[in-house]
Ligand binder design. Structure first.
Ligand SMILES: [Zn+2]
Length: 310
């Protein structure tokens, strides 16, 4: 029987690949490989429609603590930390990323004598932004990012447009760690569930990147603005830029108490670090207050939400 020599060569190569896959090829097959940013950009380019004009940031809470609490092996200098929310803004609509937390939750989890600065007026503006958003997505299901969609004056309207990933939904129904609030089944049923594999094109200029590790439902939000500027909302992959710059994770005791998958976080942190060092994409870490201020000063982010509709 005649066999095309190419077929034979190909099958030989496949056998070889299966038996002796070089480490470099194995790494390329991993989700957080060097080709990932190219895949994200290609998916973004394939979408039709106007890209967003800006990404806004609003701090709901500010606190401070020793840098060593946020980054393993860091010194004890006190640094500011905040709980922000983000608004991806088009001329006539927006998507909100993350939902902050209310005063009651702060008191319950941080104590009545906590030293957090909380801005209730900003939380009220956030609730109006959630109500009027096209979509709401969460970088992850920890309470400082999620409580705002689970209750409030417009709860039913907000829940109906909050796309919880299947992993986030599962974690909220059956919290694997203390930092995740429990959603009752009746409440959870009011939220649409978003199922996707690795990448999801949410809107023109916006791609979700699944990144389980910090929590089971963690994801990054890549944004390309109409200006061409690229922004990566990287959630809690690191809590301060020092962690990103050095590649050091959170302190071990914190990793354990959060129930983080440190192997997954390692791969993601290394990838985000490479993106950060290449410099084409601005990386936004949720809790690094100094970095958020610097990004606002540079014009990468816009301070405060814009709730005006034309
Ligand atoms: Zn957080």
């Amino acid at each position: 029987m005649y066999r095309n020599p190419c077929t034979i060569l190909k099958s030989a190569a496949l056998v070889l690949a299966g038996a002796l896959l070089p480490a470099s090829l194995a790494a390329q097959a991993a989700p957080f490989s060097d080709s990932l940013l190219g895949q994200v950009r290609a998916l973004e380019r394939a979408q039709r429609g106007e890209r967003p004009l800006a990404v806004h940031v609003m701090k709901i809470v500010e606190s401070a603590g020793p840098l060593a609490n946020y980054v393993a092996g860091a010194d004890s200098q006190r640094v500011p930390s905040c709980f922000p929310v983000f608004q991806i803004r088009w001329r006539d609509r927006w998507i909100v990323v993350d939902a902050g937390l209310d005063r009651e939750t702060i008191t319950r989890f941080y104590g009545a004598t906590n030293r957090l600065t909380y801005w209730p007026d900003r939380y009220d503006r956030l609730q109006a932004a959630l109500r009027d958003a096209d979509h709401v997505v969460l970088t992850h299901e920890h309470l400082d990012h999620a409580v705002g969609v689970t209750r409030g004056p417009y709860f039913r309207q907000v829940a109906a447009k909050t796309l919880l990933t299947a992993e986030q939904m599962q974690a909220l129904l059956d919290p694997p760690s203390r930092g995740i609030i429990r959603l009752g089944a009746d409440t959870a049923a009011l939220f649409p569930t978003l199922r996707y594999d690795r990448l999801f094109p949410l809107a023109p200029g916006v791609v979700l990147i699944k990144a389980p590790g910090h929590t089971p439902g963690a994801q990054f939000v890549y944004v390309r603005l109409a200006s061409g500027r690229e922004i990566l909302l990287a959630g809690d992959i690191a809590w301060q830029t020092e962690g990103l710059a050095t590649g050091r994770q959170k302190p071990d005791v914190t990793v354990r108490s959060l129930g983080e998958d440190s192997v997954a976080v390692r791969a993601q942190l290394d990838w985000v670090r490479r993106v950060f060092e290449e410099g084409a994409v601005s990386v936004v870490l949720s809790h690094d207050s100094r970095s958020l201020d610097a990004l606002v000063a540079r014009g990468t982010l816009v301070n405060d939400f814009d709730l005006a509709l034309p």
